[in-house]
Design a protein. Sequence first.
Length: 154
Amino acid sequence: MLNKLFDYFERKITSSASDDKIGQSEKEQTLILAATALMIEVARSDENKAPVELEVIGQILVSSLGVDPKESQLILDAAQEQSEEAHDLFQFTGLINQNFSREEKENLIYFMWKVAFADGSIDKYEDHIIRRISDLINLSHSDFIRLKINARDD
């Protein structure tokens, strides 16, 4: 079922991105799902699968992305499934590149750093996946470092 939910949202975005019939909420839902899947990639990247990282993602969904608390678990579950089934990051970063402003991309990387810092340590694999995603969404290395420092200090 979760896979069908993601497929439905992805079809709505990719098959007719310029079509006015796409509801803004459907488009936003798809983008939130893609962003959540990328945050899940950070949580999955290290060997310490800390539950606190998933809790932080849930908090970001509700407090920063405006997701209804009742829907946040559904989105989190769908994003986890998609993250586990993904062959690469492009299915997520492609949607981000097409639809996110520079500021939204920076916020996403900042959120990823918040997830990485949630368990009290940054693993080299977490650093690597965030750097890779940052590159894929066309942010500079200086942005990557600045956002890491901001997340650490907040």
